[in-house]
Design a protein around this ligand. Structure first.
Ligand code: SME
Length: 231
């Protein structure tokens, strides 16, 4: 979620950081029907702050119906991994690579509710990159959230129940579990993290970790700036 300017900053860079001033909002990603209200009803309209668009994104409930069997998950990762490799073959641009990875992953797995990259834009700061899902928070410092912890530690973190992770940033209250994978360049420097959230509890396991680490590894060697042909 977005928050007001971080008062602990020196003021010269009064940017909104996530997780510094929590503002829980209930089930912002659920449709009005999921909330038990009809669109346009007083209960529905009064729930939305003035000037903000209501969100009617359909999300999975927590029943587990979107959970894949171990075999199906493995097979789908193999399939989508090969697809990503094929699409990115010969494409040197990193942003295009990230957008492609996010799109193909998000559409391959029904339990992926929010799928996106946070790019490292300073020594200890992440900025949202290509993503699919409901509105994600923009900036995350390394000392905030699961993404910040992953960036600091440069290792994949799995949160089976985000409510149990004290530093978790609730970008959307519908998220129940998440996995965050570091993205390293050829020199081993952290350039981004891949964050995937699910509305299912305990949605991510070793299969997700292994395949997502391999998939973000496919981005290595791509250029962060557009490659412009000259002459
Ligand atoms: N849940 C993440 C923040 C990113 S958004 O929710 C998309 C975290 O705790 O780092």
């Amino acid at each position: 979620m977005k928050s007001g300017p971080d008062k602990s900053d020196d003021g010269a860079q009064a940017r909104p950081f996530c997780g510094s001033t929590p503002e829980p909002r209930p089930f912002a990603g659920l449709s009005s029907r999921d909330r038990g209200t009809e669109p346009g009803s007083p209960a529905e309209t009064s729930a939305e702050p003035e000037g903000r668009m209501a969100e009617y994104t359909l999300v999975a409930d927590r029943s587990g119906e979107l959970r894949l069997s171990a075999e199906d998950k493995e097979a789908r990762y193999r399939e989508v991994g090969a697809q990503i490799e094929a699409v990115l073959e010969g494409e040197p641009d990193l942003l295009a690579g990230m957008a492609t990875v996010v799109c193909l992953l998000h559409n391959a797995f029904p339990y992926f509710f929010w799928t996106g990259f946070y790019r490292r834009v300073a020594a200890d700061e992440l900025l949202v990159g290509p993503y699919q899902g409901t509105l994600g928070c923009l900036r995350i410092r390394f000392d905030r959230g699961v993404c910040g912890a992953c960036a600091r530690e440069r290792r994949t973190l799995v949160g089976p129940d985000v409510s149990a992770f004290s530093g978790h940033i609730a970008g959307d209250a519908a998220s129940a579990s998440e996995i965050v994978v570091p993205v390293l360049d050829a020199a081993g420097e952290l350039i981004a993290v891949l964050d995937v959230d699910s509305t299912l509890l305990d949605a991510f396991d070793e299969t997700d970790r292994v395949h997502l680490e391999r998939i973000v590894g496919l981005l290595r060697g791509r250029e962060a700036r557009p490659v412009v042909a000259t002459g």
